[in-house]
Design a protein. Structure first.
Length: 428
C-alpha cells in the first residue's frame, strides 16, 4: 500500500470495541489498535502493537488466510461492505521496521538461563524470540542451510519470496536469538546433548516430506513432492512453458503448487482430487485464485498409475464416487471400467506430509497420539518436564500464525518455569 491508500483503508475501520478480528487471530493481535495507529501516522507504534503479539507479523501479513481469519470476521461483512484489508495494512505497518532495521521492541536484562530450540520454523522462531525478549539465552538448532522453515522453503513464491522470509529471520536474530544452521538433532547433535546444554527445550520441527503414494510408475522422471517442487522454484525461478502439470491432492499445498506452475507458464495445469469440491480442504479464496490463474480441476479422480518411457507421459486415474453401504457407512469407491488417461509431463504429490515419529520416539517422556502428533498440555509442555513442543508437529499441520501462537504460549510457560513459577513479563 502507498501511504495514502493505507490512510484511507485505516479510516474505514470501525474500531469495534469487541474486536471480532482480534478474537479471530490465533495470536490475538490488537487489530483495531494497530489500524488506529496507522490512521494517526504512528507506524512505529503500529508495528510495535503487531510484533508484540506476533513476531512474524510481516510474513503472516502475506501468508495468513486473512480472508477466513481476521478479515473474515470483520463486521463490515454484516453491512454488506468490503471488509478491512487487514493483511495489507499489517504489511504496511511492519515492513519498514522488520526489513529496515528499526528497533521497536525492548528486552529484559539477561537472566542467566538458557533454552534450546529444535527447528527454526515459525513455532521455533516465535518461542525463541519470546524467550530472548525475556532475557534468556536462546540457541536454535536447525537441520537446513537456511532458517525459516516453511516460510523459507514451502510457501509459494507468489505469496512470499525467500528473501523476505530470510530478512524476517535476521530481524529475529537481532533480538538475541542464535541460530545454528545445518545442525540436525539426532544427526549432528543428540537430544541428550541439547538437554545437557540447556535448562529447557522447545521442539518445533514441523512435518516431513510428502510420502510416496505407491503408484506404479512413481519413479519416472517428472514425478515429485509438491513441497520439493515449490522449494526448487523458490531457489531458482523456472520457466515451465511447454509443461503439462498434474497435482494430486486437495489441500492448500496442492493449490499453491498448481497456481505457482500456472503462473510460471505451464501450458496446462490440473488438480486431480479423489472427491468433490465440497470436500477439498483448501481455502475457497485460494481455489478461486487458482481458477483465475488457469488451473483446471478434475474432481472424483483417484490416480492409480503413472505411465511413460523414462519420464512422465500419462497420469491414469479411476473415476470415483461415494457409496453408502447397508449400515449407512459412506465409502469412496472406484467405478469399474472408468479409467481416464491424462497426458502430462509432470506429476506432483500433495497428499499430506509425514509425521516425524521416529525423532520423538527416542526422547524420554515425549509421546505421540495415534496420528503421530506430539502430545502436550495447555502450556505446550510434553510429558518430559523440561521439554515443550508446538507448531505442525503438535497440530498436524495448520497455518504459520497457529505455529506462532504455540511458540508464544510455550515461551510464557518456559519463562515461568525458569523463574521458579514467578510471573514473567508478558509484554516486554
Amino acid at each position: 500500500m502507498t501511504h495514502d491508500e493505507a490512510l484511507v483503508e485505516a479510516h474505514r475501520c470501525l474500531m469495534c470495541w469487541d474486536a471480532p478480528c482480534t478474537r479471530a487471530c490465533p495470536t490475538s493481535i490488537d487489530v483495531p489498535g494497530f489500524i488506529k495507529r496507522i490512521a494517526n501516522d504512528d507506524l512505529i507504534g503500529s508495528a510495535r502493537t503487531i510484533l508484540s503479539s506476533n513476531i512474524l507479523g510481516a510474513s503472516c501479513a502475506r501468508v495468513c488466510p486473512t480472508e477466513v481469519l481476521c478479515a473474515g470476521a470483520c463486521v463490515l461483512h454484516e453491512l454488506h461492505e468490503r471488509p478491512i484489508d487487514i493483511g495489507r495494512l499489517q504489511a504496511y505497518a511492519t515492513d519498514d521496521v522488520v526489513f529496515g532495521d528499526i528497533s521497536v521492541l525492548s528486552s529484559e536484562a539477561p537472566s542467566g538461563h538458557s533454552v534450546g530450540i529444535i527447528g527454526a520454523g515459525p513455532a521455533g522462531l516465535s518461542c525463541g524470540a519470546g524467550l530472548a525478549r525475556r532475557g534468556h539465552d536462546v540457541v536454535v538448532y536447525d537441520a537446513h542451510e537456511h532458517p525459516g522453515g516453511l516460510n523459507t522453503y514451502g510457501v509459494a513464491a507468489y505469496k512470499m519470496d525467500r528473501a523476505t522470509a530470510l530478512a524476517e529471520v535476521e530481524f529475529i536474530k537481532g533480538l538475541g536469538v542464535e541460530i545454528r544452521s545445518n545442525t540436525a538433532v539426532g544427526r549432528d547433535v543428540s537430544i541428550d546433548g541439547v538437554l545437557a546444554s540447556h535448562e529447557a527445550v522447545f521442539i518445533g520441527v514441523g512435518l516431513g516430506a510428502v510420502p510416496r503414494l505407491g503408484l506404479p510408475g512413481e519413479d519416472l522422471l517428472g514425478v515429485d513432492d509438491a513441497l520439493e517442487f515449490i522449494w526448487k522454484l523458490r531457489a531458482e525461478r523456472t520457466d515451465l512453458t511447454g509443461e503439462i502439470v498434474a497435482v494430486i491432492g486437495g489441500g492448500n499445498t496442492a493449490i499453491d503448487a498448481a497456481t505457482q506452475a500456472a503462473m510460471l507458464g505451464a501450458d496446462r495445469v490440473y488438480v486431480v482430487y479423489r472427491r468433490g469440491r465440497a470436500e477439498m480442504r483448501a481455502y475457497r479464496h485460494d481455489i478461486e485464485r487458482a481458477l483465475t490463474s488457469g488451473v483446471e480441476f478434475i474432481y472424483w479422480g483417484a490416480p492409480n498409475r503413472v505411465e511413460g518411457d523414462g519420464s512422465v507421459e500419462t497420469l491414469v486415474f479411476d473415476r470415483t464416487q461415494h457409496v453408502t453401504d447397508d449400515d449407512g457407512v459412506v465409502e469412496l469407491v472406484a467405478l469399474p471400467d472408468n479409467e481416464v488417461f491424462l497426458p502430462v509431463t509432470m506429476v506432483l504429490r500433495a497428499t499430506g506430509q509425514e509425521k516425524r515419529v521416529s525423532l520423538f520416539s527416542g526422547i524420554d517422556g515425549v509421546a505421540t497420539d495415534d496420528r503421530g502428533r506430539v502430545m502436550v498440555d495447555d502450556d505446550f509442555r510434553t510429558g518430559n518436564e523440561r521439554i515443550w513442543a508446538g507448531g505442525d508437529c503438535v497440530n498436524g499441520g495448520k497455518e504459520v500464525v497457529n505455529a506462532v501462537a504455540h511458540g508464544n504460549a510455550a515461551a510464557r510457560s518456559i519463562d515461568r518455569m525458569l523463574r521458579g513459577d514467578a510471573v514473567g513479563s508478558e509484554d516486554a
